[in-house]
Design a protein around this ligand. Sequence first.
Ligand code: CA
Length: 220
Amino acid sequence: MRILLVEDDIQLAEGLAASLRTEGYSVDLAADGIEAQYRGEESLYDGVVLDLGLPGRSGLEVLRHWRGQGLAVPVLILTARDSWQERVEGLQAGADDYLGKPFHQEELLARLQALLRRSGTQEQVMLSINGVNLDEQAKEVRLEERPVSLTATEYKLLRYLMRHAGEVLSKQKLYEAIYEWDEDRDINIIEVYIRRLRDKLGSERIETRRGQGYCFPITR
Ligand code: CA
C-alpha cells in the first residue's frame, strides 16, 4: 500500500511517515501544495493524507484540482483544531474523512485503515495461490503449510506479485511497488529478489516473460 503524505511540518511528517512505514505502508512525502498536486496526479497511491494549510497551494485547492481531474484516490484531510468550516469545505471538496490537529498517531492510522478498507483498496487478509499462503494481517507466508521466512523486501515483492497473480509485471512496475520514489537503487535488484523468492518457494512459482517481466501464475 502506497501512501502520499502531504504535510509542511517536517517534524510531524517524518514522525507520521515512520509510523506508517512500521505498519507496512510505503510512504512518499510532499511538503508543499504544488509538489503534492503533481505527485497525486501520478495516480500511484492507494491513499493520501493531506494537510490543508500548505505553502504554495492550499490543500483545498489541491483536492479540488484532483477531484476535477477525476482522481478518485481516498483522501484523509488534516484540519486545524475546532475549525468546522475547514472540515465542511474539505468534505465538499471531495475529502473522504478528516482529522483535527493535534491528533494521536494511533487515530490517524485507524482512520486511514478504515478509509482504505471502505474504498476497497485495503489488503485482503489472506492470499492463497498455488500452495502459497500469504497472511497479510500476520505478515506470514506458508508454502504447503510450511512457514517460509522472508525479508521485508522479499515479502513486499511476493505480496505484490500475488495480488496481481496472472498479470505480467515489468521490472519497473515491481521496482515502484517496493521502493519509494526517492530511494535510489539499481532496478536490476529486482532480479536478485526474484531469484531469492524462487529459491524459497520453488522456481516454477514465478515465471519470466522474456522482455516483458514476471508473472505469478494462477494455475499450475
Ligand atoms: Ca500545515
